[in-house]
Design a protein around this ligand. Structure first.
Ligand code: NAD
Length: 478
């Protein structure tokens, strides 16, 4: 049976969604505790599918973006998904095992433990920027936990969405995994379903709507949102050296990465040197972006126009704009946006008030790490934060003064590839986390159990209260 597409007819959408949801619910009731062997087989099927269809996914994502580096798709989508599925398979027995807890003397004798049980039927809403990884990695976590899953891919990457539907439809019955294609109207109806958990990745604006819809059903949510991830260079770190990895992190996927460095705070006076080094580094990694198959395009005309308008606004405001050489005529692709660095933009313009989500990097000067921390703390809590320093203590002190979903020192983004670290935001950049055991727990209900023998001394702590009660009270309060 193949996974189902929901009809474009508005009158039928909610009822068809509802029908799939009910079938999944019934299937879950019939198999509340999917055997670990079966879950591992589910994950292995995903691994094998991604290996077999790697090129097809690369082609679909390339077509959706207008150009997507096949190498970046191989590591950041397919490779990432395979690694996460394998890791979950290898650790599943340990994650799923009941966790024994100590019993206080006043409650003895007895056994206390936590049963890790699947939550039930869960929804996953995925964005377009890594359309394979951000649909399949949460799916892996949900299947590892033993859940039934409905996935809603982004309407901006329809070919990838279709391929996901076809590929997953071959592996799973619709009452186990269903892919629901459609735009914001379908997404809205999807988020209104009374899921046992809703996992959303996308913008902060839509995240609020999703949280509101989930609240109606008291559905727990994970919100993997975006924001402006700062990168701070300490005075002891050579800015030209920092530019090498920052350029990579910023221009990978043409900046359309949730954890890409959004802006840089460099020691005052070094902004221009840093900006020039970033452009030079970008030119080394992605020479001739017009025709370079490894330089990804912007996902839509609308997104491209937004980035152009942001840079124009910066120019009009008097900021210096440095851009990698770009021969538009040769590009034959209207959605290529060359690597761009903006030096000292005013703080009120869009570049400094909205998440950029493209290959444009503002750089501002700071007068020391305390001032840099203040700058970060005056803004929304970011998804990621990067600090560059030769001194571990300087970096750690900076982390202690700030808050972010995750962080990395002397590199951008790599924290998300360490499977055992939780990945998620805080405040405006999201809530909840996944990856590794954290992903398994996101889709797991931790059920508290206390087993007592047929006769338990607690029976003595009952009215009429007397000497035994007084003795118990003393024991309890020490
Ligand atoms: P998008 O436009 O593809 O939207 C994401 C999903 O939300 C889509 O499936 C869409 O159909 C759905 N959606 C749209 N309107 C909706 C509604 N009213 N109710 C429910 N769902 C709705 O993607 P986007 O939002 O442009 O994604 C980019 C954003 O995502 C950036 O802010 C980025 O930082 C963030 N992001 C975060 C992470 C993370 O892991 N934290 C990862 C990738 C992207």
């Amino acid at each position: 049976m193949t996974a189902e597409t929901v009809s474009a007819d508005p009158a039928t959408k909610p009822s068809r969604l509802d029908a799939i949801f009910k079938r999944q619910k019934a299937a879950f009731e019939a198999e509340r505790h999917r055997r670990l062997e079966d879950r591992k087989a589910d994950l292995k099927k995903i691994e094998d599918m991604v290996k077999a269809r790697g090129e097809a996914f690369a082609a679909a994502i390339d077509a959706d973006f207008g150009r997507r580096s096949a190498a970046e798709t191989a590591i950041a989508e397919a490779g990432f998904t395979i690694a996460t599925a394998k890791h979950s398979r290898q650790h599943l027995e340990r994650w799923a095992a009941p966790k024994k807890k100590p019993v206080p003397m006043t409650m003895a004798p007895g056994n206390a433990y936590v049963r890790r049980e699947p939550k039930g039927v869960v929804g996953i809403v995925a964005p377009w920027n890594y359309p394979m990884q951000l649909a399949l990695a949460p799916l892996v976590a949900a299947l590892a936990a033993g859940c039934r899953v409905m996935i809603k891919p982004s309407e901006f990457t329809p070919r990838t969405g279709e391929l996901l539907k076809e590929a997953l439809g071959e592996l799973f019955s619709e009452d186990h995994v269903a892919v629901i294609e459609g735009g914001p109207d379908v997404a809205e109806a999807f988020c209104a379903l009374p899921f046992d958990h809703l996992f959303y990745t996308g913008s902060t604006h839509v995240g609020r709507l999703v949280a509101r819809a989930a609240a109606e059903n008291l559905t727990p949510v994970t919100l993997e949102l975006g924001g402006k991830s700062p990168t701070v260079i300490a005075p002891d770190f050579d800015v030209a050296e920092a530019a090498k990895t920052i350029a990579w992190g910023k221009f990978l996927n043409a900046g359309q990465t949730c954890v890409a460095p959004d802006y840089v705070l460099a020691p005052r006076g070094s902004q221009q040197k840093f900006a020039e080094a970033v452009i030079e580094e970008a030119g080394r990694m992605w020479p001739d972006v017009a025709e370079n198959g490894d330089y990804t395009a912007i996902v839509s005309e609308k997104h491209h126009a937004r980035l152009s308008a942001m840079v124009e606004e910066a120019k009009s405001a008097g900021a210096t704009v440095l851009q990698a050489p770009f021969d538009k005529a040769r590009a034959g692709n209207t959605r290529i946006f060359p690597p761009t660095v903006v030096v000292d933009p005013p703080l009120e313009i869009k570049l400094m008030t909205e998440e950029i989500f493209g290959p444009v990097l503002p750089v501002l000067g700071h007068d020391g790490m305390s001032e840099a921390a203040r700058f970060v703390n005056e803004r929304d809590r970011p998804l990621a934060l990067y600090v560059y320093s030769k001194n571990k203590q300087t970096a750690r002190r900076f982390l202690a003064r700030t808050i972010s979903g995750g962080a990395a020192v002397n590199t951008p983004m790599l924290h998300l590839s360490v499977e055992d670290l939780p990945f998620g935001g805080v405040g405006a950049s999201g809530q909840g986390a996944y990856h590794g055991e954290y992903g398994f727990l996101t889709f797991t209900h931790e059920r508290a159990v206390f087993e007592t023998p047929a006769w338990h001394p607690s029976r003595l702590i009952a009215p009429p209260y007397g000497k035994v009660f007084e003795f118990f009270k003393k024991l309890q309060t020490g």
